[in-house]
Write a protein that binds this ligand. Structure first.
Ligand code: SF4
Length: 353
């Protein structure tokens, strides 16, 4: 059954039903898994080509007013040293990315009220006036009026993962927001003309295969430009500290099935995946992914952006990361994309308008 289903995904993956997505995510035999990886790799080549795009991740504040149960940055984790980069530190890191030919900066933070609309607009102007780089914001919830202002000030993309598409479980893990609000923000971002990134965690306590199929179906419904999937890694200083980590195999299956269903979407290999498996990036790229996010956060702050413990590559410089990723990309027969790596979905939408 799975073999014929996998074959059908080559040309009709976008139309898979929820039960078919569940069936693919439930594959366990080595033969079927190999077929799944091959199908995802084939569709990746056909839809987005051989480029692997670098997105420079700059974690500019680890202060957060929210209390998500799985996250080391949650406000109740009082043992974590907190930091906020200055505008000068942020600009220096962005310019460093640009000098290395990395065409995107992802400005990521907790939900930090210090970074008001005015401060972020000033920062966006400062970047746009000194640097030719695509800017992604990953700063959590913001009202639509602010999202519009950031877009006018030069932000190109916005990343906010829906994390788990089951509304009841969403409520359990996120005491400060609802799934409906998050979906609303994703829709607002699309309406404002952003390239939109969402994604989910794999292996949260209580999450089922049907929930994961819903995660992919929600991304399809929202027509996201990027879909990131990372395994849940328990942080000891959170209420989920004793929980079992998410499965790397299920994470690879989510990457592969997301590629088959979402087609020309950008799919990153996450740092969490490469933290659990040394060759997680290479496996992810060979199973549907086409993005990686080298860390541009300066020392000593990189280690303090502690979503979970033992994050990979926290002692490496950005230059070292760039060289290492170049070798890894080459080892899987691919090339690093040159330029911004604008969403193919967006480019196709603009052609249709
Ligand atoms: S997941 Fe995001 S919003 Fe939630 S506590 Fe962590 S940094 Fe804050």
């Amino acid at each position: 059954m799975s073999k014929s289903l996998i074959e059908r995904t080559q040309y009709a993956g976008a139309d898979l039903s929820l039960s078919e997505i569940c069936e693919l995510l439930s594959i366990t035999s080595d033969i079927d898994l190999d077929l799944l990886w091959q199908a995802a790799d084939h569709v990746r080549r056909q839809e987005v080509g051989e480029d692997i795009w670098l997105r420079g991740l700059l974690e500019f504040s680890n202060i957060c007013t929210c209390n998500c149960l799985y996250c080391g940055l949650r406000r109740d984790n009082t043992g974590l040293p907190r930091y906020r980069l200055t505008e000068e530190q942020i600009l220096e890191a962005v310019h460093r990315l640009s000098r290395l030919g990395i065409g995107t900066v992802v400005l990521q933070s907790g939900e930090d009220p210090y970074f008001t609309e005015e401060r972020l607009i000033a920062l966006l102007h400062a970047i746009r006036n000194t640097c030719d780089i695509a800017i992604t914001l990953s700063i959590g919830y913001r009202p639509k009026s602010e999202l519009a202002a950031f877009k006018r000030a030069g932000a190109h993309r916005f990343l906010i993962r829906h994390e788990i598409a089951n509304p009841d479980l969403y409520r359990v893990f996120h005491p400060d927001s609802t799934l409906a609000d998050r979906v609303e923000q994703l829709k607002d971002l699309r309406a404002l003309g952003y390239e939109v990134g969402s994604g989910c965690l794999v292996g949260l306590p209580g999450q089922t295969v049907a929930d994961l199929a819903d995660d992919i179906a929600l991304a399809r419904e929202l027509e996201v430009d990027m879909f990131g999937v990372g395994p849940f890694i328990p942080h000891p200083d959170t209420p989920l500290g004793e929980a079992t980590p998410g499965s790397t195999l299920m994470t690879y299956k989510m990457i592969a099935v997301a590629r088959l269903v979402l087609r020309d979407v950008h799919i990153p290999v996450t740092t969490a995946l490469s933290t659990l498996e040394e060759d997680g990036r290479e496996k992810g790229w060979m199973r549907g992914a086409n993005i990686v996010m080298p860390n541009a956060t300066p020392a000593p702050y990189r280690a303090q952006y502690e979503l979970y413990k033992n994050k990979r590559c926290i002692d490496d410089t950005l230059e070292h990361c760039r060289g290492c990723l170049g070798r890894r990309v080459k080892s899987v027969g691919r090339v690093i994309g040159q330029g911004r790596g604008t969403s193919l979905k967006l480019l196709r939408r603009e052609v249709l308008v």
